[in-house]
Design a protein around this ligand. Structure first.
Ligand code: NAP
Ligand code: MG
Length: 405
């Protein structure tokens, strides 16, 4: 069989622990036999980040900007415990995802892979709900303080021109707690653009919700920028595709989401997205079935699994155990990247290969062959057998080979 041809390389970011093991198994069993794989390879494994003083992460992000499509393996974000585990670390390196997000000015879209025999907790949800979380500012870049005595707090902005603006926050009679938050027009606009762009790319409706009845100026600014971007840049294309954009209050959105069938993108401010993405992920079933794609305003995309490096399984793997770690979200990161690369380069065979990887994975699950984490979630009466990761990937590879033959 002739291997499927690629023209532009994918940016490949390798990672850590159990997901690094799965990464090479996926390449060996599902990709290399079928595709003449072209990648620009960046090793984001913790020790290599340390050796390069994290330059490799910056290089990988810049390569993504240049080439337009990346696929990333989960990586360790070091904390104190990791500093002890890896004594060679010279610094507590920052989260690679944070670094990449900042360079690409991107928004992360998180979506569950939905299976007919694993019912979401919310029984009317039929199609995935994709959460887009604004990843800059608000409470996450706030300053806080407590005060003890009666007094008044003010908020002052000093412009570079020398002009000043001051507001009274509150006068209090006793001890109090305070917080100063901000966001920038540039970041909100990039968020809006990424959301509209991704809605067009995936042909889904876009919902955006905030609390502009109470936060009239702050949330009102988010609402205004979304509306302005929609009207000036995206409305015509939305209408052509029969898609809708609508804004609604967050309380109303929560009620509508619960009663919906799913199948849309829900854009949220930073804190709302943090909370709602965990709620939606849990209600859909399993963290191992969540995919994530980072989208820049210009349409650059980086695909990955939402879960981490599955450390507990890795320690068992190191002892020689064959673990039953779920590779689905990582497979879908690769398939998403192939589909995007194929669409950009006009390579329908590559797009079809991405689709075939997904179909073969889903059919394997539907045949009852799955990893341990899913067995406990299936509907009563569905016959499921737990296999280890290698056996699971072999079963998918067999179906994939049949599809492509
Ligand atoms: P995690 O790797 O997502 O794993 C947490 C637990 O969830 C696992 O122990 C496992 O439960 C279950 N799980 C997650 N993915 C699974 C899969 N594919 N198959 C089967 N079970 C799965 O989160 P963590 O343990 O909190 O973090 C580990 C490391 O990952 C940390 O160093 C963190 O910095 C990093 N991390 C990276 C990213 C990223 O690169 N995007 C994201 C999050 C975390 P059981 O053990 O009960 O089976
Ligand atoms: Mg959270």
């Amino acid at each position: 069989m002739d291997k499927i041809r690629m023209t532009t390389p994918l940016v490949e970011m390798d990672g850590d622990e159990m997901t690094r093991v799965l990464w090479s198994m996926i390449k060996e069993k599902l990709i290399l036999p079928f595709v003449d794989l072209k990648t620009e390879y960046y090793d984001l494994g913790l020790l290599h980040r340390n050796e390069t003083r994290d330059q490799v992460t910056i290089d990988a992000a810049n390569a993504t900007k240049r080439l337009g499509v990346a696929v990333k393996c989960a990586t360790i974000t070091p904390n104190r415990q990791r500093m002890e585990e890896y004594p060679e670390l010279t610094e507590m390196w920052k989260s690679p995802n944070g670094t990449i997000r900042a360079i690409l000015d991107g928004t992360a879209f998180r979506a569950p892979i939905v299976l007919p025999f694993i019912k979401p907790v919310v029984k009317n949800w039929e199609a995935p709900i994709t959460i887009a979380r604004h990843a800059y500012g608000d409470m996450y870049k706030a300053v806080d303080m407590t005060t003890e005595e009666p007094g008044t707090a003010t908020l002052t902005f000093k412009g570079e021109s020398g002009a000043e603006k001051t507001l009274t926050v509150q006068t209090v009679k006793g001890p109090a707690v305070w917080q100063g938050q901000h966001n920038t027009e540039e970041s909100i606009r990039a968020f809006a653009k990424s959301c509209f762009q991704y809605a067009l790319d995936t042909k889904q409706d876009l919902w955006f919700s905030a609390k502009d009845t109470i936060s009239k100026v702050y949330d009102g600014e988010f609402k205004r920028i979304f509306e302005e971007e929609y009207e000036t840049c995206y409305q015509a294309e939305f209408e052509k595709l029969g898609l809708t954009y609508f804004y609604t209050l967050i309380d109303d959105a929560v009620a509508r989401v619960i009663r919906s069938k799913g199948g849309f993108i829900w854009a949220l401010k930073n804190y709302d997205g943090d909370v709602m993405s965990d709620m939606v992920a849990t209600a859909f079933g399993s963290l191992a079935m969540m995919t994530s794609v980072l989208v820049s305003p210009d349409g650059t995309m980086e695909f990955e699994a939402s879960h981490g490096t599955v450390t507990r399984h890795y320690y068992r793997y190191l002892k020689g155990e064959k673990t039953s770690t779920n590779p689905i979200a990582t497979i879908f990161a690769w398939s998403g990247a192939f589909k995007r690369r194929g669409a950009l380069d006009g390579l329908p065979e590559l797009v079809k290969f991405g689709q075939a990887m997904e179909a073969a994975s889903l059919e394997t699950l539907e045949s009852g062959v799955m990893t341990k984490d899913l067995v406990g979630l299936v509907e009563p009466g569905f016959q499921a057998t737990a296999v280890n990761s290698e056996e699971f990937l072999d079963a998918i590879a067999e179906k994939l080979a049949n599809k492509l033959a």
